[in-house]
Write a protein that binds this ligand. Structure first.
Ligand code: NAP
Length: 331
């Protein structure tokens, strides 16, 4: 089969198109004919060597998000049959082969049937960002109907699904974005208040929207200095959840406000076999939400083929993408 193979860490040009053997079926697994994948920041970090602890050995096939058709079913598999259309976050990390190939061997605990109302390209945009947002909102922040939440990065990969999932739960959503196009996207996804963080200071929007008290729940999908802004925007005994905390911060605002702080690192659950079934179950619920038309992916206007993986990675790394960068398999 054809695959985009990586034999060393580096910039986006490390991908090489190669012919390699089709994976052999294993019990509890299915072989998927890959139709589409999407690039997540973690894929670029794996490729560059920034996260060796979760990176596959060389030669490596990258990319976790996949959508495709089941071609072969392993022993013991009862939930899936040949011809099923499926999707999931299912490989491209330590000990697992990824989606940038004609076929991908996946643990069935990590996949679900594809939402019927999405194309393969749209479905491949969903798993990693949506599972991450789910864990942050419902397993750490534990938001409920009528809660108020500030979600940073409204038009980002994780941010745009977080806005929709929080609305699905019945929360009031405040969110941040940097320009008019992204502000409109956030409104279209149901955000109640969209704040242009380039024009309005944290102090000002905390005053305007919380009478200076601060937000009780904040989901930081950005990290870095934005995490400090999240601590600043939180009210007394508030909760801050982040997905990007490989950085150093002054914790004194947390102390003075008695904040609680949560970090989601989704890959820990993908890599821990005993946690995989839980991810598959959440993905099935996400499929239902999508089929009820309460969640949809935002796809960047530039779509790539598997031959154009270098361009796709460079596009995501340019910071110019709006929503998810998707690759369609033309092989
Ligand atoms: P993405 O699609 O590139 O989105 C990032 C968003 O951040 C952009 O929409 C950008 O929008 C926004 N942003 C940048 N600076 C901002 C600021 N100061 N305030 C508000 N928004 C700001 O990336 P992603 O897929 O959402 O991932 C985001 C981060 O989370 C990455 O570092 C990724 O590696 C990490 N992540 C971690 C996990 C985990 O399990 N821990 C899972 C998924 C992702 P503007 O142009 O409007 O600034």
């Amino acid at each position: 089969m054809k695959a985009q193979v990586v034999r060393q860490f580096g910039d986006a040009t490390v991908f090489q198109l190669e012919d390699i053997p089709v994976p052999t079926i294993l019990p509890g697994h299915v072989l998927i004919e890959v139709k589409a994948t999407s690039v997540n920041p973690i894929d670029t970090k794996v490729r560059s060597g920034a996260v060796p602890a979760v990176s596959p050995d060389f030669p490596a096939i990258l990319h976790g998000d996949v959508a495709g058709i089941v071609k072969e079913v392993g022993a013991g598999v009862t939930d899936f049959k040949t011809g099923d259309e499926v999707y999931g976050l299912a490989g491209g990390f330590k000990g697992m082969s990824g989606a940038l190939a004609q076929y991908m061997l996946v643990d069935t605990r990590l996949i679900s049937h594809k939402p019927k109302n999405l194309t393969f390209a749209e479905a491949a945009a969903i798993p990693l960002v949506t599972l991450t947002a789910w864990q942050a909102l419902f397993q750490r922040a534990n938001i409920r109907e009528h809660d108020e939440i500030l979600i940073h990065g409204a038009a980002g990969g994780v941010g745009h699904v977080a806005v929709q999932l929080a609305k699905w739960k019945g929360a009031k959503v405040y969110t941040t974005a940097s320009n008019a196009e992204k502000i409109q996207i956030a409104k279209d996804f149901g955000a109640d208040v969209v704040i242009n963080y380039k024009e309005i200071s944290v102090e000002k929007y905390v005053d305007t929207y919380t009478n200076g008290k601060g937000f009780s729940v904040i989901f930081d999908t950005v990290g870095g200095q934005n995490l400090d802004r999240s601590f600043e925007a939180a009210g007394k005994q508030g909760k801050v959840v982040t997905i990007a905390a490989r950085s150093t911060h002054d914790l004194s605002p947390m102390h003075s406000k008695g904040l609680s702080f949560h970090v989601v690192f989704l890959l820990l659950d993908v890599l821990n076999e005993s946690h995989r079934s839980e991810l598959g179950k959440i993905l099935k619920t996400i499929t239902d939400i999508i089929e009820n038309e309460e969640l949809k992916p935002l796809i960047d206007s530039n779509t790539f083929t598997f031959d154009e993986v270098i361009d796709a990675h460079q596009h995501l790394e340019s910071g110019e993408a709006v929503g998810k960068v998707v690759l369609v398999n033309q092989w």
